[in-house]
Design a protein around this ligand. Structure first.
Ligand code: GDP
Ligand code: MG
Length: 172
């Protein structure tokens, strides 16, 4: 399998109902490649998967956990900070989570992507793309809008986090 010695640990954070589990199940489904390993599930909250990014394999463990968020915040190598574009309070919660991440994971350049999910629900949009992008700029992280329901932009989000993790590893 190659790549790094241990799997990258990617943590999904965000308010209840924003689509974290839906995103995790796309990752677990591994639509990525024919020869990819079967997803190993530990409970229903952690999934390990080997994916090919830029021609190189990477093994990542995706943690989908809200209840023990405190523990999750401490243990990630990278974070997908998810809100729903249909729910402004989840956007505000993502900001709060970004602040606690900064306090509890003070290491510079911890890869974080702000993920505005449910972008298929255009008529229920409460948070504009511009606001999402501006928030990410302030919080010094990447930004992407996804639709887990339409399987839109979810893999690019995972690939983006792997690319950021590699950049960080290579510049250490
Ligand atoms: P979690 O609490 O963050 O894990 O959220 P879930 O993954 O359980 O999703 C909450 C609800 O939102 C479920 O009914 C999902 O089917 C729905 N959902 C998740 N992602 C999307 C999406 O991208 N678009 C739409 N329309 N619904 C979504
Ligand atoms: Mg869930």
């Amino acid at each position: 399998t190659g790549g790094s010695s241990r799997p990258f640990r990617v943590v999904l954070l965000g308010a209840r109902g924003v689509g974290k589990s839906a995103i995790a199940s796309i990752f677990a489904g591994a639509a990525d490649s024919m020869d990819s390993d079967e997803c190993e599930l530990y409970g229903d909250e952690v999934c390990e998967q080997t994916i090919t990014v830029d021609g190189e394999k990477a093994t990542a463990t995706l943690v989908d956990n809200w209840d023990s968020e405190d523990q999750c915040i401490q243990t990630g190598d990278a974070y997908l900070l998810v809100y729903s574009i249909t729910d402004r309070s989840s956007f505000l919660q993502a900001s709060e989570l970004r602040i606690s991440l900064r306090q509890r994971r003070p290491a510079h350049h911890t890869p974080i992507i702000l993920v505005g999910n449910k972008c298929d629900l255009v008529r229920r949009r409460e948070v504009s793309v511009t606001e999402g992008r501006a928030c990410a700029a302030v919080f010094d992280c990447k930004f992407i809008e996804t639709s887990a329901a339409m399987q839109h932009n979810v893999w690019p989000a995972f690939h983006g986090i792997v690319q950021q993790l590699r950049l960080r590893r290579d510049t250490k």
